[in-house]
Write a protein that binds this ligand. Structure first.
Ligand code: AMP
Length: 363
């Protein structure tokens, strides 16, 4: 690994709030930040020393950008693999293109995780009405139909229950290549956020419990109310996935917690090769935030402690008009507000988040 030092340039592909929060922490550690994104109104541009607006298909602009960087990372998983490769030809790209390719395609992702011997929902590839009918026969109902690519926050998904018209569900997701998954009767949704260093060291944060509203993460609570064995199993899953991808940086694994006959088990839903919304609580809730940790990992610097700073930490997303409460939140001494510098508070748009630390019994 080439030695990276404060004063060097870190490049970030993508300019959303995740890139913005990485950029702030990188700058705090003395790095020079260069953000590349295709939208001139990118939240990360406001906090970066340099910004390039160009298309992700513009390999010349990507090469130019990468040549000036000591290391390049990314903040969203839909960076085209060709763009990632164009960058990797000129600068170390961490995490690498393999993690991107795996996470971009739900079929590749589910197969990859299942091949590691980790539990996932039963799944089948769906390309047309005939393969959907076959998959439904094999998996049964209820089932969840998801596009293979470009799904997020519950978009590109349809639940097929008893009596539902399968063809209508396929049409609703645009008739695109998809996977059909068995519906997991989960008691809770949990995630593990972890950093992996180039030497294989893993630093995982405590397991988080996540509540979604309308497909969008609403609240994360740490610790998740699970047994120590489940907590250990989640870390082990993260370690195996990180190792198999030869991963460098922060990533998240989202899982379903199933409770049956007094037993708990985990079923992996998906993996995000980046800092993750369910890790935002670490901004003040852990000794090293996920953003700082990501910078440390991709620069080849020592990872920081992941210790939680309070018995209980919660993170609430401010979605759409919820951000209008910003003044009241600032007046609340228990709340730590972060705003993403986005213009219009459109419905469903993540505008900011609030982190709160409390004693185990409060809040
Ligand atoms: P995803 O885009 O895969 O994260 O799915 C969005 C949300 O849909 C998840 O957070 C779950 O609440 C729900 N969901 C997705 N897949 C399944 C499944 N196989 N069984 C039950 N619920 C699911």
């Amino acid at each position: 690994m080439t030695r990276i030092a404060p004063g060097d340039v870190i490049g970030i592909l993508g300019g959303g709030q995740l890139g913005r929060m990485i950029a702030v922490e990188a700058a705090r550690l003395g790095l020079d930040v260069h953000v590349f994104n295709d939208d001139p109104r990118s939240p990360a541009f406001h906090v970066a020393a340099r910004a390039t607006t160009a298309d992700f298909a513009d390999t010349e602009a990507l090469a130019e950008f990468a040549k000036g960087c000591a290391v390049v990372t990314y903040e969203f998983e839909n960076v085209p693999v060709a763009a990632a490769e164009a960058v990797a030809a000129h600068a170390p790209l961490r995490p690498g293109a393999k993690a991107l390719a795996t996470a971009q395609d739900r079929l590749a992702e589910k197969s990859f995780v299942a091949d590691l011997g980790i539990a996932v929902a039963p799944f089948r590839a769906v390309d047309d009405a005939a393969s959907l009918a076959r998959a439904l026969d094999e998996i049964g109902r209820p089932a969840v139909l998801k596009t293979r690519r470009f799904g997020y926050d519950g978009k590109g998904q349809a639940v097929i229950r008893e009596g539902d018209d399968a063809d209508a569900a396929f049409a609703a997701i645009g008739g695109k290549p998809a996977i059909l998954e068995g519906f997991v009767p989960f008691a809770a949704e949990v995630s593990v956020v972890a950093a992996r260093a180039a030497d294989g060291t893993l630093a995982a944060y405590d397991l988080c419990a996540n509540r979604h509203e309308g497909g969008i993460l609403a609240q994360t609570t740490v610790p998740a109310a699970v047994s120590p064995a489940t907590e250990a199993a989640a870390r082990d899953i993260a370690a195996r996935i990180g190792e198999a991808l030869d991963y460098v940086g922060v990533f998240a694994v989202e899982m379903f917690l199933v409770r049956e006959g007094g037993e708990e088990r985990l079923v992996v839903n998906e993996m995000a090769p980046r800092v993750h919304n369910s890790g935002h609580w670490t901004d003040v809730g852990a000794q090293t935030s996920q953003f700082e940790q990501h910078v440390r990992a991709v620069c080849g610097w020592p990872l920081g402690p992941t210790t939680r700073r309070a018995p209980r930490v919660t993170m609430e997303n401010l979605v759409g008009a919820e951000v209008e409460a910003w003044r009241d939140l600032l007046a609340d001494p228990a709340a730590r507000l972060t705003l993403y510098g986005k213009g219009e508070a459109r419905p469903g748009r993540k505008m900011g988040h609030v982190t709160r630390l409390s004693g185990a019994g409060e809040g």
